[in-house]
Design a binder for this molecule. Sequence first.
Ligand code: BGC
Length: 747
Amino acid sequence: MKRIFEVQPWDVVTHKFNPEDKRLQESMTSLGNGYMGMRGFFEEDYSADTLQGLYLGGVWFPDKTRVGWWKNGYPKYFGKVINAVNFIKMNFLIDGEKLDLAKDKFSDFEMDLNMKDSVLTRSFIADKSGKKVKFVFERFLSVDQKELSVQKVSFENLSDSKVDIKVISSIDADVKNEDANYDERFWDVLDVTDDSLVAKTKPNNYGTPQFTSAMQMSHVTGLKEVDQSKTDTQTSKTFEIELSQNEQASIEKRVIVTTSRDYDTVQELTDAMNKLTKKVSSKTFDELFTAHRDIWAERWNKSDVQIKGDVEAQQGMRFNLFGLFSTYYGDDARLNFGPKGFTGEKYGGATYWDTEAFCIPVYLGITDPKVTRNLLMYRYKQLDGAYVNAKEQGLKGALFPMVTFNGIECHNEWEITFEEIHRNGDIAFAIYNYTRYTGDKSYVLNEGSKVLTEISRFWADRVHFSQRNNQYMIHGVTGPDEYENNVDNNWYTNYLARWTLEYTLKVLSEVSPEQAAKLNVSDEEKKQWQDIVDRMYLPYDKKLGIFVQHDGFLDKDIKPVSELPSDQLPLNQNWSWDKILRSPYIKQGDVIQGIWDFMDDFTEEEKKRNFDFYEPLTVHESSLSASIYSVLAADLHYEDKAVALYERTARLDLDNYNNDTDDGLHITSMTGGWISIVHGFAGMRVHDDGTLSYKPFLPKKWDSYSFRQVFRGRVIEITVDGSGSHFKLISGDPVSIKVDDKLVELN
Ligand code: BGC
């Protein structure tokens, strides 16, 4: 655990600058508005280690796959959201010498991410050229005008003689991705003008679209423009001012970014850019900021989770929601969640099963149902790609990808992208989850039934029949626990496959005759699916009374994590991959993930036996792990464990639990705070009959917590404090809910 920021309810703030923690600091101070986002890297050049990252949602490149030994079926490229043209760049000369915090002396450093308003500020006093100058930086990515980035830099001369300040403000296309497979640059510059730059992603051989992005900068300042310069990849303007002692000045930089995702031609894209630049030019900084802040205020008002009596827990929770909202608020149905959002290169900004398994359960509770419906439609629209993936494996139906932008699998780790096929079941489960939560059957009976049918066709082909056991089995898979590869009969995968077939048969019995005709599922297929449902093998150990993670798991040398010397953790940074695979240690919920999905299907004893067996073996080295265990712990009244796991999930990045936040935040696991509190501490469940129930408890350390939840056209407010739990209907029709098994009417 490493904490470099102070604990405050609404801010992530530090007064220290340690170059060793530069990347960590950048990750933690990332900003995003769903359309674009960036790490908290400095505006000015920094000559020591830094990860400059600025990303435009959905603007990606197919980077040619790199492997040691090619195997048939490998995806040809790894898709990645690429580092965008750096449009926030501003350099500063103090009496002609360039400011560089890697080399210069400075004091009074502060960096503050204000989560309430989504604005990042940084200040320090530079001691350079024998002068002291105070710098204050502010920046935000507008949620009111998604194409707009706003920066303001103020400086004050704290020396007793005059100082000359020059500001060089640029748009710079000389950027690269650290994770580029062949060290290639991904942008070609099409046009550079005095204040704008247009760049297009390089042509590729895979038939995926090229993207164009255009950016235009404008400045509001009392400084004098003294120079303008252009190179093949950069446009810059230089401003100058001489400041007397204690004199202040400032410069504001506004950039409009448009992309070919929204416009067909370069002309349309640059016209739109010019128009938007004009539009924002009539507004003051305060007006632009207020419009942005008001939208954030509305978001917080709808879904803030308030925790009293524990500032660490509160900050963690808000940091989670802040990360999620900065990444995705459902405004653009073509986009999805990248596991690192806009905060780093890892995972390439692509869509993973994280969306269905972790994000959807949260977004159902905090946003309009249309947001989740869009996420489901995203997969429906990618069915063609999913057919290709199944075909590549020689199988029927649709295999949704582990990593993708367009439905085609774009990552080539054999054991993950080829074997971690449980994701197909998770995508099916999300359709059920949406339908159960919202009561809206329009998706499942139309597009959803198609998705379910094609996934079922895949499962029916992927299982094999074991004559010896007279049962269906699934060999050669990786379950959610990626610390086991190529296993046979992963309980979670088999359970989900069986469930999908059963659910699809149920849905098929409800679709309209027209839809049934379109789906064209033969009686023979249905019979086969039913047979698989009836005879699917699910590993179970009678003696222990537990579901076995996969065949052979119990033959391992089973010893709890607590017996490992602490310097061996995290295992993935200390052990060879081979040693990890042979060990009994579990990266993230596997059997426990399945129990969470199907809570109502298992008895108290079953849940307890499985939790007691698997939890001591779990290292939680996936950020997605702790929240699911926290919910189960809460369900079993292991309250201290539930709270400890909440802290781990909610503060995972703030405290750098897994020692890997330097390359970006774990955005999809930021769903963990909400899941732990709402599903865990408040015990919220939605049942098949469309009813809601709660079994709340208050963590000992807390005075109270409260949250608002969207449910079937209503907003319900739940507060849990020392006197019990209190439910209030904020809007919508009256509803009966169950609290601790008793009926409560909300009017
Ligand atoms: C996890 C996967 C997850 C991926 C992206 C991995 O470490 O094991 O379950 O999909 O990260 O978040």
